[in-house]
Design a protein around this ligand. Sequence first.
Ligand code: ACO
Length: 344
Amino acid sequence: MAVGGLEGVIAAETVLSDVDGEGGRLIIKGHPVESLAGHASYEAATALLLGGTELDCRRALAEGRTWAASRLEVPATKDGMEALRATIARLPENATAAQLIAAVGLAVARWVDPKAEAHPELGHAEALLHGVMGAKPTKAQVAAFETYLVATLDHGLNASTFTARVVASTQSDLVSCITAALGALKGPLHGGAIGPVLDLLDGIGTVENAERWLRTELDAGRRLMGFGHRVYRTRDPRAFVQERAIAALEHATTTTNPRLALARHVERTAERLLAERHPDRPLKANVEFYGAVLLEAVGVPRRAFTPVFASARVVGWCAHVEEQRASGRLIRPASKYVGPKPAA
Ligand code: ACO
């Protein structure tokens, strides 16, 4: 086992979420992800992780967006995560979890459209989608989008959540924890894979082209974005939830989404080709694969995919920061020195 990846190392106790990689199950505060995403609102799921009621949470997030609206200075950078990191880093250190969650959502919308409004009259998912689409979304679009957000709120000790906990363990402030976590999420092996999934589907283009295209990528030693996971040895359970939401959107709009049919074929082909090359290491579709298809289907621009992911995961980060603070223990692992010895 590689030393640097900390596979299997238990670095925290949590009541927030449990990722069962062998069984392919994700439990969020006692609820299987399948029964939460597609059923609970963003506010209800946030209240589950952070405490309080759905109604309190709706009010706090609406007030938080209004609070953020006059404070956010979102730079017009090409990369949305760069803009988000810079924007959140400038918020006052005493910002509350609700204010930060609200601010991340509004900052994403403002990066896409600087005129995006706080929409305190709407739920958080609808307000965010309205901002990134630049138009009022339909009920079916909001439902699919909300499913995406809820399925993505928390996921054990993933790289960005661990980052947030490390910063929290030094008794630093919440803004610093979230800013650091944004930096971790940005990377292409974590939250940055979601946009490139659509590049992969674009590159493939048609069902007939899938096998040849995927083989060429793998022969060139490139990784297939949206496949593989550090913990899951099964298909990611969130892929099921997302696929179900895309199909429901198709049903509601009575239009066939050609991407969904292509994605399903690509998934089957990629899994077969990956199994040929890695017979002992199951590499299956992860959260990013159908997440990308879902976000495209509801009208989120591709460049905003990772920032939208952040607007969901910030809930988990805030909850983990609270939990880490309660533990009061500095996270400070050891390294094994393999450098040169001093001359005798
Ligand atoms: N495509 C092709 N080969 C892969 C892929 C992939 N997507 N994922 C893993 N492999 C191969 C590796 O090359 C490696 O092969 P080797 O043993 O011959 O060198 C083997 O499978 C094991 O891979 P590791 O790097 O040890 O697996 P790890 O647990 O570190 O990686 C990761 C997990 C980073 C997610 C990886 O599967 C990957 O890079 N996937 C593509 C990027 C992606 O989709 N990221 C999103 C993950 S979900 C999330 O963070 C929200």
